[in-house]
Design a protein around this ligand. Structure first.
Ligand code: AMP
Length: 538
């Protein structure tokens, strides 16, 4: 017997329609480049989003076309988050921190038709504009001036009457957004999100056992809007009716603390590097900011050390919530709230639980596979973490036949090495991905070492991740000089700088006689990591 419920489609447009009525007076504030705030209501946002949807249609954007954004966190990006899917397009957020080769590849691979760009990012676009083919470039211009051949976002919107906009009941499995992940070796891979996945992900984010967003919250996403849809916060916050505060280009600790204080922010989220900076500033200036409203600081994207979680709580009475996720998991996978059954524990034990990556949120399932198959939930047995759920990728864009990241029974292989305990808490122990995660962004060690090995005086090179106090990990190059040749650290860094962004360059180059190898000739990076673990911190 079948249930007799409506086959109601779970779409972003339903979130938008509801917010238009129920939360019309809620505010969205944005810190502008000059540090003043732009403010408007949800009603204003919806009106402009409708104008945007109409403008894109007039420009010839068709259902399924990709519209790329190259923007900071601000209200216009928020309009794009909804306006593009509302007219049937696919929002493709480009990572501002990628090198030009990757950007060229990603724009080409996604076949982006239109690019929407902040005026202050045009110099970055200059570097790859001749390598990509786009129908239109739309500029978010603060001066009203746009370079020749490009379009002005505000003028496009002003030409449209929002009354003309009609909501479409899209199929819930239709694509709404895509992000490329560099979280594996090889070329970046496209992850494609659907209406349904985003709606369910947003509902899960409102639950009291996860992020517990509500309409009295003031939410400031520090996580960039090009990083897994700002962890879905622009969708979850609107579903829950929260006030949003976007930091614009001001992601430095002082500016963030100013906004937390003046906007009475209750909820904020970002990678550990952000919180290290903020903790240092708070320690140096106790009492300088009024943070009484701030209830939750979500830390994810890389491991949050227990010392940091304790530092915020013990010294500043601020609660850090550790979470784990991936581009492929939309990203919310686990959240580390303390379960009520653990409330009797000592403070030290409570902190050690909260420093784990947490328990899977409802609808996400985790398991760990060791050498000999699935391992028990005992908190000790390690292996690769596998995940499944309604907002977990089932394939990569235009790589549908490449299935090596998926198990035969339909789980996604994360590449993270983890344990699961009897209460379901997951803890990441290591990473099988050959990458460095610096300040929450990936650096491919393979790309760097292959390039170094192309240098005439180098015989072999391995690049490893080494712990760093600010960025968590930084690349270190371990190099064997070719016989009869000489090479210096400066030479190698200078050589790399020709092809890689500055933040990718190894912090140091060490010279060795030999790189340890496995029986099949692969670099034994684990041994190098142990050997050079203290190299940057002494
Ligand atoms: P990305 O797709 O760039 O968001 O990266 C996802 C990867 O970041 C995961 O597979 C982990 O390796 C890492 N990661 C994310 N959150 C955490 C966390 N809380 N602790 C440790 N590693 C994390």
């Amino acid at each position: 017997m079948q249930g007799l419920m409506m086959d109601y489609q779970l779409t972003l447009t339903t979130i938008m329609r509801r917010a238009e009525v129920i939360f019309r007076n809620q505010e969205i504030a944005t810190r502008q480049p000059d540090k003043s705030y732009h403010r408007y209501t949800y009603a204003d946002w919806i009106k402009r989003t409708k104008q945007l949807a109409l403008a894109l249609k007039r420009l010839g954007v068709k259902e399924g076309d990709r519209v790329a954004t190259f923007c900071w966190n601000h209200y216009q990006h928020h309009e794009l988050y909804y306006g593009i899917p509302a007219m049937g397009g696919v929002l493709h957020t480009l990572n501002l921190r990628l090198g030009v080769d990757d950007l060229e590849y990603i724009v080409g691979h996604a076949q982006d038709k239109v690019l929407v760009i902040d005026d202050n990012l045009l110099p970055l676009y200059e570097k790859f504009k001749n390598r990509v083919k786009l129908d239109h470039v739309i500029v978010l211009s603060r001066s009203g001036q746009v370079p020749e051949g490009m379009l002005d976002y505000e003028k496009l919107l002003a030409a449209e009457d929002p009354i003309e906009f009609e909501y479409v009941d899209w199929d819930e499995n239709k694509a709404i957004a895509m992000c490329y992940t560099s979280g594996t070796t090889g070329r970046p891979k496209g992850v494609v999100y659907s209406h349904r996945a985003m709606v369910l992900h947003s509902m899960a984010g409102g639950m009291s056992t996860t992020l517990a967003l509500k309409d009295s919250d003031v939410v400031l996403p520090v996580v960039p809007m090009f990083h897994v849809n700002a962890w879905g916060i622009p969708f979850t916050a609107v579903m829950c009716g929260s006030k949003l505060v976007y930091p614009g280009p001001h992601m430095d600790p002082t500016s963030l603390l100013e906004s937390y204080d003046s906007e009475k922010v209750t909820f904020t989220a970002g990678v550990p590097t952000i919180w290290f900076g903020i903790l240092q500033l708070l320690d140096a200036n106790p009492g300088a900011y009024d943070l009484k409203s701030l209830e939750t600081l979500v830390v994810g994207g890389a491991a949050a050390p227990q010392s940091m979680i304790e530092g915020f709580e013990k010294r500043h009475n601020l609660k850090v919530v550790h979470a784990w996720g991936m581009t492929e998991t939309s990203p919310m996978g686990t959240v580390s709230n303390l379960k009520s059954e653990l409330s009797h524990l000592s403070d030290a034990d409570k902190f050690s639980y909260r420093a784990k990556q947490g328990v899977p949120v409802p609808m996400v399932e985790l398991r760990v596979r060791g050498e000999e198959g699935l391992v028990p939930f005992d908190g000790k047995s390690m292996g690769e973490l596998e995940v499944r759920g309604p907002w977990v990728s089932s394939a990569y864009y235009k790589l549908e036949s490449e299935t090596d990241r998926f198990t035969d029974d339909g789980w996604f292989k994360t590449g993270d090495i983890a344990t699961l305990d009897e209460r379901g808490y997951m803890e990441i122990k290591d990473r099988s991905k050959d990458l460095v995660k610096s300040g929450g962004e990936w650096i491919s060690s393979v790309d760097l070492e292959n390039y170094i090995m192309g240098y005439e005086s180098v015989a072999e090179a391995a690049v490893i991740a080494v712990p760093h106090p600010k960025w968590q990990e930084r690349p270190l190059a371990v190099v064997v000089v070719a016989e009869g040749k000489t090479a210096s650290r400066e030479e190698i860094i200078e050589y790399l700088a020709k092809s890689f962004p500055k933040w990718w360059l190894p912090d140091d180059v060490v010279f060795v006689d030999e790189i340890p190898k496995t029986s099949v000739g692969k670099f034994k990076k684990l041994i190098l990591r142990e050997q050079f673990n203290d190299h940057l911190t002494g």
